[in-house]
Design a protein around this ligand. Sequence first.
Ligand code: MG
Length: 294
Amino acid sequence: MFITVYEVGPRDGLQNEQIAINVEDKIHLIRLLSKAGLQNIEVTSLVHPKWIPPLADATEVLKGISQDDKTQYSVLVPNLRGLERLQDNQVQEVALFLSASETHNQKNTNKSRVESLHALRETAYIATKRGFRLRGYVSTVFGCPYEGDVSLADTRWLIQELFDMGVSQISIGDTIGVATPKQVHEVFSSLVTTWGSDRFAAHFHDTRGSGLANVVAALQEGITVFDSSVGGLGGCPYAPGAAGNIATEDLVYLLEGMGYETGIDMSILLRAGQFIQGIIGRELPSKMLKTIAG
Ligand code: MG
């Protein structure tokens, strides 16, 4: 059975790194990831550079990625103004995001969830007309740094709104890495019962060490798309020094070892991890990377 590993390192990872990385290095990283066989890569974000300075070079990154390989590229877009910075044919997919938690959404986007839905609706409409496929992110589904528990009914409401906008796949995020398999089963069995398993991706963080266990739980609920970040790039914005996204290398090792097919060449993937680890200049969280260190 084929499982899609959805690489988010160049965006979700690098947006949380403090080191300035030049455009050529970002493009080289994306090329290596594509060469490793990753079929989906989220390359950058068109959020206003004032909010996310590490991704202020989004336009240059988008110009530098190659369109003749078989990788599908995606870019995070917050609103119509972000979408206007994107040229036709630069990527195949546009990603829209909001939080299941009202407080986290307010702090992250300066909007209420209802205001976010309004902005996303008009962005989705234009993006679809321009021929982009739509991906959605619902974050803080498993817990919020401000509110604690997050209502599953709220998550379900936002999911329906995103599907109504024409979003084809929604990534369900454990933004602060608090989930454990029990909750993963509860959340995904509810979503899969209503909408089916092929409409969702799982986005886990390893902040408390439960990232890969949660992957196994989501696999058991029929989920076949998993977000991860090369090297485990990114860290956790709410807990300095802690792990964030699960590492792509570790995810691929787990999946292949369990008999799933990913289409990913581990040796090239590790080269990508080593490359960006060298640029960042600190040891990245990926366990697989540590096994080849030194
Ligand atoms: Mg993440």
